[in-house]
Design a protein around this ligand. Structure first.
Ligand code: UGA
Length: 460
């Protein structure tokens, strides 16, 4: 398993649990040392324990060099990063290329005429699998190998379960290549082993390009669904509807489905923003622009800015903000104190990549608000991403964040926040104004506790 990042670690641990003997290759010496000492550098529920169990069982190890780990292995999974390039939004395939060159240097032919199976787990643009095969064949005409595309559909926070009990495992193979049938049999054995509860009907075999496109299509479609419900929520607010009722009514139609219909501050994370941009770029390059996807991206960006404006408008009802041109003439009593609950792009993760907080918070700071930030997992990441800025306090606890709050902004749906009763919230903060971008609390109870409670998709 090349790459000790999120996908590599989860896939490596789970395949080991399915009975495979897995070595995770991690190039970064510091990260490798941490992994070897049992320290897991990412937050994912259950991952550390699973890695440890597989390590003790002798099915999982970590290594810095592919050349050391490769002899005797039947398959190589590529799980390296494919970050978005600045500007174009196209996936940066530099790490994939490095792996192919490294493979060409150290791969040996397997005994018995079998092909080495090269499986792409990283999210890569359509055509990459075929390019990898071409390049490897060029560099090593003697090597017998097959390339497969096996994109992952893991959600952060649910990754172990998503890997162990997936709705489907998508596997793309070039049916024309020698070894395609053997690859199919090998991957079926790997995923549907005795210790896995998967049955072969869960495996969706298809062509290489189709598998690569499926990954982007699924993420773009989900991003579109979230964006749609966010726009519906705006319309509910403007017209008297309640978004949860509309979502339930829509979701009962199995063709639509109830999942991914919760309004929020806009989608974020390491996947949707990057993958929608990459898909839009590919589609343009191929001469078939995907306007729905492009509009989704623009709508999601605009949403975060509009939410910041909405928060500032609420803050200004308390006291004029320093960016307000009239502020100098009005009596002031310090800046508006805002507690921000949740920074990660969603609950269950410490991931701040493309989190809505990164767009929204700087706009609040620029307008002169004082922000007290709290997240149960993402404080370290938030510090790195947001840096030290005037007006920004990283609170040591939820209580500290709330202690001076005149206004509360909820950005992430952590169970810890949901578990706060409106009475407790009222006791912990001096103010009575809340804007909840995750619809955590019952509006009637919030009102009864004395709050002016703004939430998404429902008028006051
Ligand atoms: C997503 C996909 O769900 C996975 O299937 C995929 O494998 C993964 O990307 C990936 O490509 O690696 P993830 O980024 O972990 O997983 O997050 P999701 O749970 O899908 O949430 C994405 C964003 O949509 C979050 O910002 C979340 O807050 C938002 N969202 C989701 C909503 O605002 N409302 C919803 O109803 C659902």
């Amino acid at each position: 398993m090349i790459g000790g990042g999120y996908v590599g670690l989860v896939s490596g641990a789970c395949l080991a649990a399915f009975g495979a003997e897995v070595t995770v290759i991690e190039q970064d010496p510091a990260r490798l040392a941490r992994l070897q000492s049992g320290d897991v550098p990412i937050y994912e529920p259950g991952l550390a324990a699973l890695l440890e169990r597989q390590r003790i069982a002798g099915r999982l190890s970590f290594c810095g060099h592919l050349a050391e780990a490769l002899p005797g292995r039947e398959a190589v999974f590529i799980a390296v990063g494919t970050p978005a390039r600045r500007g174009s939004g196209h996936a940066d395939l530099r790490y994939v290329s490095q792996v192919v060159e490294e493979l060409a240097r150290c791969a040996e032919n397997l005994p018995g005429g079998r092909e080495l199976l090269v499986v792409m787990k990283s999210t890569v643009p359509v055509g990459t699998g075929r390019d990898v095969a071409r390049k490897l064949a060029e560099l090593r005409p003697d090597l017998r190998f097959t390339v497969a595309s096996n994109p992952e559909f893991l959600r952060e926070g649910e990754a172990i379960n998503d890997f162990m009990q997936p709705d489907r495992v998508v596997i793309g193979l070039d049916g024309q290549r020698p070894g395609a049938d053997r690859a199919r049999a090998f991957l079926t054995r790997l995923y549907c082993s005795e210790t896995s509860s998967l049955t072969p009907d869960r495996l969706a075999f298809m062509g290489l390009e189709s598998a690569e496109l499926t990954k982007y299509a699924a993420n773009a479609f989900l991003a579109l669904k979230v964006t749609f419900i966010n726009e519906m929520a705006d319309l509910c607010e403007a017209s008297g509807g309640v978004i949860e009722e509309v979502a339930r009514g829509m979701g009962l139609d199995p063709r639509i489905g109830a999942a991914f219909l919760q309004p929020g501050p806009g989608y974020g994370g390491s996947c949707f923003p990057k993958d929608t941009r990459a898909l839009a770029t590919t589609a343009r390059q191929k001469g078939t622009p995907m306007q729905l996807v492009e509009t989704t991206i623009a709508t999601n960006e605009a949403r975060k800015r509009r939410l910041a404006e909405r928060i500032l408008a609420l803050a200004a009802t308390l006291r004029p903000l320093s960016s307000d041109p009239d502020a100098a003439e009005r009596p002031q009593n310090g800046e508006v104190q805002i507690a921000v609950l949740g920074l990660a792009f969603k609950a269950g993760t410490d991931d701040m990549r493309d989190a809505p907080a990164l767009t929204i918070l700087p706009l609040l700071l620029e307008a002169g608000a004082r922000l007290h930030l709290y997240d149960p997992q993402a404080m370290a990441q938030a510090r790195t991403q947001l840096g030290q800025r005037e007006g920004l306090t990283f609170a040591a606890s939820l209580e500290d964040a709330l202690a001076q709050a005149e206004l509360v902004v909820v950005l992430t749906e952590w169970p810890l926040f949901r578990a706060l009763t409106p009475q407790t919230l009222a006791r912990l903060m001096p103010g009575r104004l809340v804007i909840d971008c995750r619809n955590l609390w019952p509006p009637e109870e919030m009102r009864a506790a004395g709050f002016t409670y703004h939430r998404l998709g429902r008028g006051l």
